[in-house]
Design a protein around this ligand. Structure first.
Ligand SMILES: Nc1ncnc2c1ncn2[C@@H]1O[C@H](COP(=O)(O)OP(=O)(O)OP(=O)(O)O)[C@@H](O)[C@H]1O
Ligand SMILES: [Mg+2]
Length: 494
């Protein structure tokens, strides 16, 4: 259906793609694998007319095509769900779906009724039970992702490119998406699928293509390979994730949360967090599991002083009640918060790597800053193996996984005593993930206390000493890590 022949693409200082040859088949899920920065997203952007300046050839249905812009690619039947979501927050779902392809009635007026009806049907197909007129800014990341998918369905594309579509979805939503993909396959569509989640690829992909450093390395049938084999092709060597030694609980309590309650911003008698209490010990990694909407992010935000007006309860650090009315108070008390959405909360995308990293730890506008900033940037680019041509590169130009590493670096630079991590390895490749696990374990070993929110159960089981399970704004269960397993955690979360 679709083929790339010797595609090359350079950015200043970076050869992102080097004579890439890939073939995508209809009625199949064609997976592209590769480490952060391997060139996967860049390739998809070339296939969808985002980048028009490249060498090589795209062959669609036996014909060479060269898209002049995004519209061109759309007309040819190629749709993409980008790694970083692209909806317009201030518009509602209907308006986002029909942007640029509005339906008019015979009077020449917008046919809002019809557009709303079509949107309703699409949302129904995706099992997204929300009103079509909901503003996108009020949607969770996972819901926005589904709206992006609705957009591709609306365009009736023959080739659907998905760049890490499940990185922000809950298990139930992932299942839902996989079901939708199976339907699309039956309809003869060509699905191109990028994911760092190996288990998922083995569940849904038919073919694989491995990229490394801008080169196409290998391709084949997924049924003919193994996870270790693919990792070896991606990374060039074996990667083994070592489980953390669970530490005992007789250390000092560093953080105590008492009866923390957060009221809903609209519904007066509903609480987003309901009487949450727990302790965090020195050097402990406390995992928090829950399904999407369980209140995990709200919990971290509230502890960090994001919602002072709507919350009740106390936060104590070293057995002393502290007043945290804003994130800056939390930072003063040695807390750090790696937020879940790097694009809107984690980074200033238009600033370079060095400035982003120093944002949390160096005073603003000091002339002396430049040197310290460079030193800091250099230290973390090497410590976290951030792939960038220089510390001066704008964050918007980094690959998704490397952006995530910059967010981590920014907070590690504050030398926090309490580190809160909200889905810290979202979109991070298996090798980098392992590196980040080692960093988290090392920090705990140095006595830092860590709260780790993750949707990935293997991640929690590998890192946590203790796991709390949340649902509907409450803590529903607590397990010492060596007594927890996937089954127990899911049962408690449901
Ligand atoms: N607009 C740009 N300007 C400069 N460099 C870029 C730009 N876009 C991508 N790059 C660089 O090209 C390389 C490939 O990036 P790309 O985003 O394609 O990686 P990826 O395989 O999608 O990684 P990830 O898994 O982290 O999303 C990286 O080194 C990246 O920094
Ligand atoms: Mg990418």
């Amino acid at each position: 259906m679709l083929k790339t022949i010797n595609i090359s693409k350079s950015f200043p200082g970076v050869k992102a793609l080097n004579e890439v040859n890939l073939t995508f088949y209809p009625s199949k899920v064609n997976a592209i694998l590769g480490e952060n920065g391997a060139g996967k997203s860049t390739l998809l952007k070339i296939l969808t007319g985002v980048y028009t300046d490249y060498e090589g050839e795209i062959v669609l249905n036996e014909k060479t095509v060269r898209f002049k812009n995004i519209k061109d690619a759309q007309k040819a039947g190629i749709a993409i769900i980008h790694q970083e979501l692209n909806l317009i927050p201030a518009l509602n779902i209907v308006e986002n779906l029909f942007l640029g392809k509005e339906i008019h009635n015979s009077w020449g007026l917008l046919d809002t009724f019809k557009m709303t009806q079509i949107t309703k049907d699409l949302l129904h197909k995706l099992e997204l039970n929300i009103s079509p007129t909901t503003l996108v800014e009020n949607l969770k990341v996972g819901e926005q992702q589904l709206v992006e998918i609705a957009k591709a369905l609306l365009a009736d594309a023959q080739v659907i490119l998905m760049d890490e579509p499940t990185s922000a979805l809950s298990d139930k939503e992932i299942e839902n998406l996989h079901r939708i993909i199976a339907d699309l396959k039956k309809e003869g569509k060509t699905i191109v699928y990028i994911s760092h989640k190996m288990d998922e690829l083995f569940r849904i992909a038919d073919t694989y293509m491995v990229m490394r450093d801008g080169n196409s390395i290998d391709a084949g049938e997924i049924s003919q390979t193994t996870e270790q084999d693919l990792i070896r092709k991606m990374v060039g060597r074996e990667v083994l994730i070592q489980k953390k030694q669970v530490s005992n609980n007789d250390k000092n309590t560093i953080l105590s949360i008492n009866n923390l309650t957060l009221s809903h911003h609209i519904l007066k008698n509903q609480n987003l967090l309901d009487n949450i209490s727990f302790d965090l010990k020195e050097g402990e990694i406390l995992g928090i599991f829950g399904l999407m909407g369980a209140g995990r992010t709200e919990l971290l935000q509230t502890i960090f002083g994001v919602n002072p007006a709507k919350s009740k309860g106390t936060v104590s650090i070293n057995n002393q009640v502290v007043s945290i009315k804003a994130p800056k108070d939390a930072i003063k008390h040695g807390m750090a918060f790696v937020t879940e959405d790097r694009k809107t909360e984690g980074l200033v995308l238009g600033m370079n790597v060095a400035s982003n990293i120093s944002l949390t730890s160096l005073p603003e506008n000091s002339l002396l800053n430049e040197k310290s900033e460079q030193r800091l940037a250099k230290e973390y680019i090497s410590a976290l193996a951030i792939k960038t041509p220089s510390a001066q590169q704008l964050c918007v130009n980094l690959s998704g996984g490397n952006q995530q590493k910059v967010v981590l670096a920014k907070w590690l630079a504050t030398s926090p005593g309490i580190l809160m991590l909200d889905e810290p390895t979202r979109g991070i490749d298996i090798n980098a993930k392992n590196e980040i696990y080692e960093i988290i374990k090392k920090l705990a070993g140095e006595g830092k206390s860590i709260i780790l929110v993750s949707s990935e159960i293997p991640e929690l089981l590998a890192l946590a000493d203790r796991i709390l399970v949340m649902a509907e704004g409450k803590i529903k269960a607590e397990f010492p890590a060596d007594e927890a397993n996937e089954d127990k955690l899911l049962k408690a979360a449901i």
